[in-house]
Ligand binder design. Structure first.
Ligand code: UDP
Ligand code: MG
Length: 326
């Protein structure tokens, strides 16, 4: 069996970090090649997710100088998950295993050794899990951990503190390719694939240049996407709430009838106002949640493409000696 490893790295406006990332990854992968753990045909593929800066020019430059670098240019910005999927689905034809990671190297690249080791011992999916978030700001840590907890409480089962730093074997990727949904939430789908899985712990560092592309707003919408694309629990919660309010209203009915027949009915303006607002709010909220799912159904029935590739640069063959290599 050959052990060709492809790295897939989504990049959105990452010109500030790209040269450094490329250099460090080149060194890391080169070490793995020299240790005989991975094949010489291993490659590093950057996915340009419609960046507005010079990211794609940088990727083309890397590819021209050194054949170990490749690139995928998407036709426009489609977001992290789609960019990642585009990379995974494109390289799965060439690789035996694929590791996905972020461009900012917040995920410790030294964890790759353990991931590859586990793959060589027959594991199909290896999750990179953050053992500590000491270097994240308190706010980022609290929101991010709240995110995982909320997801699980809402019925979207994900691996705690695992982002998209993971190794997948070719057959796991084949499995993933059979999930045709447009509303794709990789962290929730990958655990559904099955096969043997394992975990590698690492410390999460700081983004060393550039800014986070996931501000709070994006993270919240990411959580809503994740929950509504994986579970129908929120709809069931609404049903439960509706049922509870119905029971309460029967109580209210009996109460007001009693008050009516005992002749004391003028009081109650406050209660009336409060309940009108509260019930109105709940109805709107519930409609919103239901609408969220209908929106999802709408998009799924259209079955639009999840990404469109404009260009793919890759040298799968190993014979072009003049363009460097490991
Ligand atoms: N990213 C992307 N498309 C987007 C937003 C982000 O491909 O629309 C990439 C980004 O370049 C990075 C990764 O997704 O490689 C994670 O983003 P970031 O590091 O900004 O998120 P954080 O680590 O702050 O959660
Ligand atoms: Mg980051």
């Amino acid at each position: 069996m050959e052990n060709i490893l492809y790295l897939v790295i989504p990049c959105y406006n990452e010109e500030a970090v790209l040269p450094e990332t490329a250099a460090r990854l080149h060194k890391k992968m080169g070490d793995l090649v020299r240790q005989g753990k991975i094949d010489k045909k291993s490659r590093i593929i950057f996915v340009n997710d419609g960046s507005e800066d010079r990211t794609w020019e940088l990727i083309c430059g890397l590819h021209q100088k050194d054949k170990v670098f490749g690139g995928i240019n998407l036709s426009r910005n489609r977001g992290h998950q789609n960019a990642l999927l585009a990379g995974l689905m494109t390289v799965k034809e060439y690789a035996d295993m694929v590791i996905s990671m972020d461009a900012d190297l917040q995920d410790d690249i030294n964890a790759m050794d353990a991931m590859v080791e586990k793959y060589l011992n027959g594991t199909d999916i290896v999750y990179g899990v953050r053992s500590s978030r000491e270097r994240d700001s308190f706010f980022k840590k609290a929101t991010a951990e709240g995110f995982y907890k909320a997801m699980n409480a809402m019925g979207a089962n994900t691996v705690f503190n695992h982002a998209d730093y993971r190794l997948m074997s070719r057959r796991a990727l084949e499995g993933l390719s059979q999930y045709g949904e447009v509303n794709l939430f990789l962290r929730g789908i990958v655990p559904m694939i099955g096969y043997s899985t394992d975990v590698v712990y690492y410390e999460r560092g700081e983004r060393f240049a550039g800014e986070s592309k996931y501000p709070l707003g994006k993270m919240l919408s990411f959580a809503v996407e994740g929950i509504t694309s994986l579970s129908t629990k929120p709809i069931r919660m609404i049903t439960g709430l509706g049922f509870f309010i119905f029971i309460v209203s029967i109580g209210m009915l009996i109460y007001s009838l009693v008050r009516h027949f005992t002749g004391a009915t003028i009081v109650g303006w406050t209660t009336l106002m409060v309940s009108v607002w509260a019930i109105g709010g709940l109805i709107l909220l519930s409609l919103g949640v239901v609408g969220e799912y209908i929106g999802k159904i709408y998009l799924e029935t259209k079955a639009r493409p999840r990404f469109i590739m404009e260009q793919f640069l890759n040298d799968e063959e190993n014979d072009e000696e003049e363009r460097n290599g490991w």
